[in-house]
Structures are given as C-alpha cells and as structure tokens.
Write a protein that binds this ligand. Structure first.
Ligand code: CAA
Length: 404
C-alpha cells in the first residue's frame, strides 16, 4: 500500500531578527553567523504566539489547502520539545482550534528534533494498518528554539511549525517503508523540566549528529545494497537530500560526511558540486527562519516542494532526521506526479509577510517569555495566545480578536 504525505504546510511567526544585527550586538564578525553558520535571520515569536498557535495555524492551513474536512481526521499527533504542560498535550488545543472531531486519537510525542519524524512514521504505520478503511492522519511538528542570551547557541534559535496530512494517496511525498535508524544515550542537547532555554554541549552535539548520520545512513544503505549497481553510491539515486538543519552549515557538514561514506573519498570540487545540486535548494527557507527543532527537516521539504515540485515529480529524495539525546533516521521518498498540483506550502508566504525587529525588541520578547497578548493589526497567524487565567491557557481566533 502506498502511503505518504498528502499535503504539507509550514508557518513561521512574522517577526525576525537579522543575524548581522545580532553579530554587531555580540561583538562578533557578521560572517561568522552568515557564512560560518549559514544563517541569515531567525524567526522570533511575538507575545501573542506560542507553540500552540504556531501548530494550529499550520494545521488549519494544511487542511484547507488539501480541501479536507477536519472532522475526518482519525489521528492527530503533535511533535514538540516546547510542551506547554507536563500532562496536557499541545495537540488537544490544536484539536479544538482547527475543529477536529471527537473520533480521533490525539497525543504529543517527544524525542528532541526527531519527534516530527517519529510522529510521521507512526502516522504512516497507522494508515498502512488500516487497509480496509482509507483513513488520514494529521501530524504537526512545532517548536520555539530557545538558548540563553549571549550563549553560543543564541544565533541558532528560530520558531515555526509544519503540518502534514498523511494518507494513502500522497501528492507531496510517497514514503518508502524501509529506513535506517540509529539511537544512543548521549548528553549533547537537553532541557531540564524547570528550564525554558535548552542546554547544549555545542561541539559535542555536532559530533553526535554526524555519528548518528553515519549509523542511520549505513543501515539504510545496507537495505538497498542488493539493488545498487557495482560502484553506485546510494546518494547517486537521489535528486535531492534534506537534512535536519539547526543551522545550514550543519547540513553542509552532514553532506560531506555522507559523500565520504558513500564514495570513500571526495574532493572539494566534488563536494561543492554535489552540495549545490542536492542540498542547497532545500535550505533557502531555514536560512531565514532558523532552527525549528522538530519542524526543521520538514521546512526544508516544504521549501523544496514549493519551489521545485514540478521539476522533481517522479524523482527520489533522501531525508535525514536527527534528535539529540539521541535518535536519528535516514529515510527516502518519491515525489509523486501529482506534486505539481500541491500549490503553495507556506514558506514563501511566511517569508514575504515578515517584519524585522532590532536586538532590544528581540531581547525583550525573549526575556518576557510567552505571556500572551493582543495581535498587531497586520498579524500573520490564525490564532492568538491571550494569556493564562486560573492556570488555564486561553486561545482565540485572530480574526475575531482583531474584529472586536
Ligand atoms: N567568517 C567566516 N566563518 C567564521 C568566522 C568568520 N569571521 N568566524 C568563525 N567562523 C566559522 C568557524 O570556522 C566555524 O565553522 P566550522 O565549524 O566549519 O569550522 C563556524 O563559523 C562556527 O564557529 P564556532 O564553531 O567557533 O562557533 P561557536 O563556538 O560560537 O558555536 C555552535 C557554534 C556549536 C554550532 C553553537 O552555535 C551551538 O552550540 N549551537 C546549538 C547546538 C547545535 O545546533 N548543534 C547542532 C547539532 S545538534 C542538533 O542538530 C539538534 C538541534 O537542533 C539542537
């Protein structure tokens, strides 16, 4: 049974901090951030948004783009490491805000940035397990990436969400059933229960990412070995390769590692050519949104589909998902012929509607935390976080708040 992503839609908050401004405020060369890390800007959440409003906006727009009645969704999984409650899942707020019906399994999954892939694979298995009855699942990956002000991780923040409708008639991506995985208990990036900002052993986290990439890729390639021609690498079969992208330079490091694994040796010129063709086209969105943890890989996918769906129809792509802690998966998919009819996937819209903020504004928003608030008149989201009353989080439709 063919299963995959029927529709994908991304959303990022409309405020963004340009990285050269952050570099100036921290006294580092702007090239360190724009070239050394490859980040141009990072999305910043206004007071009236949180992970729930990001997830619900992406989810609602995904269902509308697909023309699917929310009440027909039988499984709703939200992947996040920005949970708003130790017991109540982000998904149940999304369930209400986008109008999913009561006959639905709703829960949250967590394994750092791998959570989005865990949710997607679970949803695909759920669809495959119900052969007699065509059902669709909604997966949302949403996060607000936060590190301490002035820390090395600070330029690798961001915020955003991606919603994916998973079903038996995919228009965005057929998912292959076989994939390679890798897991190990490592302390590379974590966030203790009482902290808002993540803790990270930055250089070690890069090593862990690359080790997990090698493990997952080797196990995926072993499954494909019987069908590879003599001397053919697995990467030769892909039109594009997408990576979890905490910052774009990480995808470049990852791609070089994979080329070395796949071909044994690689010259700088071969790496540059391969990176330009296979990897760079997927990175234009994340370079201007920043790290979105669980959503990062899927923002790359949404970017690719928005810009190249027609040209890539029928072609196979590779995808690598990494979650600190750690668990990783290298999987593959084929872009269906129908991808040409997908339409916008939200990335361009998010980038077009954005407003740049200065460093004092960004620092104030980060220090204040999510208190809730009134949306600005040009608010780009569909839902508003109004605040916490009687220990309960209050959400509303942006349209109604703005009309009142
Ligand atoms: N011009 C151009 N490049 C420059 C430069 C300049 N003037 N100055 C420095 N650079 C380059 C450096 O050479 C380096 O590039 P290479 O790695 O290719 O050598 C790059 O800029 C970064 O410089 P540093 O390594 O000195 O930067 P740093 O010590 O300040 O921290 C970091 C970098 C470790 C990535 C830090 O930003 C961090 O901790 N980020 C969060 C952790 C993270 O994203 N880890 C990724 C793997 S884990 C994961 O993927 C899960 C997740 O989402 C968190």
């Amino acid at each position: 049974m063919s299963v995959g992503i029927d529709q994908i839609y991304a959303y990022a908050p409309q405020l963004a901090l340009p990285l050269p401004a952050l570099a100036a405020a921290r006294g580092v060369a702007p090239e360190k951030l724009t070239l050394g890390l490859g980040v141009e800007a990072m999305a910043v959440t206004p007071a009236c948004e949180d992970v729930v409003t990001l997830a619900a906006t992406a989810a609602g727009r995904c269902l509308r783009a697909a023309g699917v009645d929310p009440r027909s969704i039988g499984l709703l999984v939200v992947a996040t490491e920005t949970g708003v409650d130790h017991a109540k899942p982000v998904g149940i707020f999304v369930h209400e805000l986008v109008g999913v019906g009561p006959q639905c399994r709703v829960y949250e999954v967590k394994h750092a940035c791998y959570g989005g892939t865990a949710a997607l694979m679970t949803a695909a298995d759920w669809v495959r397990a119900n052969r007699a009855q065509a059902r669709r699942a909604l997966v949302v990956a949403a996060d607000v990436a936060r590190y301490a002000i002035g820390s090395p991780g600070e330029p690798t923040q961001g915020a955003g969400a991606v919603a994916m409708l998973v079903g038996p008639t995919p228009r965005a991506l057929f998912l292959a059933e076989e994939s390679g995985v890798h897991a190990a208990n490592v302390y590379d990036f974590w966030r203790p229960l009482d902290r808002r900002e993540a803790l990270v052993d930055g250089k070690f986290s890069i090593e862990c990412y690359l080790d997990a990439l090698a493990g997952a890729f080797r196990s995926c390639r072993a499954l494909e070995r019987p069908v590879l021609e003599d001397g053919e690498g697995l990467l030769d079969r892909f039109a594009r390769v997408l990576y979890h992208t905490p910052f774009p330079k990480m995808a470049a490091k990852a791609h070089r590692r994979l080329l070395e694994l796949d071909r044994r040796s690689v010259t700088d010129a071969e790496f540059e050519a391969s990176y330009r063709e296979l990897v760079a086209p997927g990175l234009t969105g994340v370079a201007r949104i920043g790290n979105t943890y669980t959503a990062s890989l899927y923002i790359c996918l949404a970017t690719l589909l928005e810009n190249e769906a027609r040209a890539l129809a029928g072609r196979r792509i590779g995808l690598f998902s990494y979650g600190s802690g750690c668990c990783a998966e290298f999987f593959t998919g084929t872009i269906p012929a129908g991808a040409a009819t997908l339409g916008p996937t939200g990335v361009r819209d998010a980038l077009t509607r954005r407003r740049l903020v200065d460093v004092p504004t960004y620092e104030r928003l980060l220090r204040d935390g999510e208190r809730g608030g009134e949306p600005p008149a040009d608010f780009s989201g569909d839902f508003v976080f109004q605040g916490i009353r009687n220990d309960r989080r209050i959400y509303a439709r942006a349209r109604e708040v703005l009309a009142a």
